[in-house]
Design a protein around this ligand. Structure first.
Ligand code: ADP
Ligand code: MG
Ligand code: ZN
Length: 488
């Protein structure tokens, strides 16, 4: 919960509506392609432009994606559900209605388990329904928004692209839980492969319904906040909105049901419009579309074909490799579970693989401004690297350097080590000579060790390490020095 709400005795209540743009090849009700980019209005036809006499036909692939997501969330598939027309005027919606689902969605119920630093909670899923996307308005002018624009253009390439809307119960109690919910839902969508789910590019969009109340009292009126395009901005927008509502109620005001716009630069929400009520939309069944009645056998086939889902993968990794929940959460958050699993399959000790990934790979990725999962690191390379540490060829410090070179495309770990002459020196005769030199050069420190101060050997080990550019095996060096100083 946000601190402001807690401190004032208020509780935040949040429900999320998430839109997922499906990665089907064609649109929801016509054969136009769903590709991104290119010239405006080239992927359109009479159906998605809403021309009189054109007839929509449901995309089976979109129905399949909806059922798979509903099942993955633990919901029920309706034996029969219908498409309705949601009527409103907006220039980027050529039919003046959006085809959506209404009283009976394709899937209902289910639950999403979310874990935050405060523990694990279950968030109920109200429904998953199918609908079509709108086109896009482009406002010419400096701000890119409609206010102050010189003129506006409309691109209908996106009109009719299939969307799933996932509506949660108002079970979320903090910005952090909302962020965890969105992250988990996104991971499930990616595991199912039904969308690329990019918040920044709008293929996944999240509206937050936010209200505040005093525990024990009925829920307050909600504001629906739109336009957050990252997990981080979802958290910021909710925190802002909770504080705004608490301050408003404390000042004797009342929250009214409304739609608010999140402004990322200002870090604030502002009123967009008073929220439409259901009557405003004049929903009625679309007479051009038959009911969706998936065969029970098909549903069972889709259920059996579901992949292992993120929560189950995390549990399995914790159990199988004795990793901590935090380590697995870090791997999952960075999209590094596949590389980890490949490395372990290729013989890497799990602890070494997880340490290199969660410490070094993530740090290197952030230094270079990459998504860790986009780094060209294979499980086989990672296993080779941990192998070089285990067999004493590399120190952990040098392993990090080698990793940097591998990621820069300079070869496999073995190639980088050979090329740069980085092998750890464990050869006793080579190291013994260097130890003798160091003892001679640092007579004071050497005498302290002879006098029984074992810790003083650290300075000598450090000198040997410097003399070998960090390549000496510290364990061997320590032993050689102690032998020479009669402390064995
Ligand atoms: P609409 O289309 O009017 O926004 P939906 O049923 O699609 O209606 O979504 C309503 C959303 O608002 C759900 O996610 C629900 O959990 C949430 N919600 C309902 N009541 C409250 C409330 N008092 N505070 C916060 N969220 C709420
Ligand atoms: Mg809504
Ligand atoms: Zn079309």
């Amino acid at each position: 919960m946000t601190t402001a709400a807690t401190a004032t005795g208020f509780q935040a209540v949040i429900g999320l509506e998430v839109h997922v743009e499906l990665a089907t090849r064609t649109k929801m009700f016509c054969g136009c392609r769903t590709d991104f980019g290119g010239d405006p209005n080239v992927r359109t036809c009479p159906v998605c432009l809403g021309q009189p006499g054109s007839l929509p036909v449901v995309n089976r692939g979109a129905v399949e994606s909806a059922i798979r997501l509903g099942l993955a969330l633990g919901g029920e598939v309706a034996p029969s559900s219908q498409f309705h027309r949601k009527n409103y005027f907006y220039p980027d919606m050529p039919k003046n209605y959006q085809i959506s689902q209404y009283d009976v969605p394709i899937c209902s119920g289910g639950v999403l388990e979310v874990t935050t630093s405060h523990g694990t909670t279950l968030v109920g899923i109200t429904r998953v329904h199918m609908e079509e996307d709108t086109g896009k308005s482009l406002h010419a002018g400096t701000s890119g928004r409609i206010q102050g624009a010189e003129y506006s253009l409309v691109d209908y390439n996106r009109a009719g692209i299939p969307l799933l809307e996932v509506v949660s119960e108002p079970d979320i109690r903090s910005a952090e839980e909302a962020q965890a919910y969105l992250t988990e839902l996104r991971a499930i969508v990616l595991a199912l492969g039904i969308s690329d789910a990019k918040l920044e590019e709008g293929s996944m969009r999240c509206d937050a319904n936010v209200s505040v109340h005093r525990p024990g009292e009925p829920f307050g009126a909600r504001a629906e906040v739109k336009n957050m395009n990252s997990v981080r901005s979802l958290g910021r927008a909710i925190a802002y909105e909770v504080d705004r509502q608490v301050a408003l109620v404390q000042a004797g005001g009342t929250v009214v049901l409304q739609t608010r716009h999140w402004d990322e630069d200002r870090g604030a929400t502002s009123t967009l419009r008073v929220k439409e009520t259901l009557e405003d939309y004049r929903y009625f069944p679309d007479p051009d579309l038959v009911a969706v009645e998936p065969e029970p056998a098909w549903i069972e086939e889709l259920r059996a074909g579901l992949p292992e889902l993120p929560a189950a993968i995390r549990r399995r990794l914790v159990d199988a490799h004795r990793l901590s929940a935090e380590q697995v959460a870090t791997l999952a958050g960075a999209g590094l579970i596949p590389v980890f699993e490949e490395a372990v399959a290729a013989g890497s000790p799990p602890v070494d693989a997880v340490n290199l990934l969660t410490n070094d790979v993530i740090a290197l990725a952030s230094e270079r401004g990459f998504d860790p999962a986009d780094l060209a690191l294979t499980g086989a390379q990672l296993a080779e690297l941990t192998g070089l540490v285990t067999d004493g060829t590399l120190s952990t410090k040098l392993a990090r350097e080698v990793l940097g070179d591998v990621l820069a495309g300079r070869g496999t770990p073995r190639e980088v080590v050979a090329e740069r002459g980085l092998e750890q020196i464990s050869d006793t005769s080579e190291l013994a000579a260097i130890c003798d030199e160091v003892i001679a050069a640092q007579a004071d420190a050497a005498q302290k060790v002879r006098d029984g101060n074992r810790k003083a050997v650290g300075a000598l080990v450090g000198a040997v390490m410097r003399a070998t550019q960090g390549r000496a095996n510290p364990r061997v060096v320590n032993q050689l020095l102690m032998e020479r100083l009669d402390r064995c």
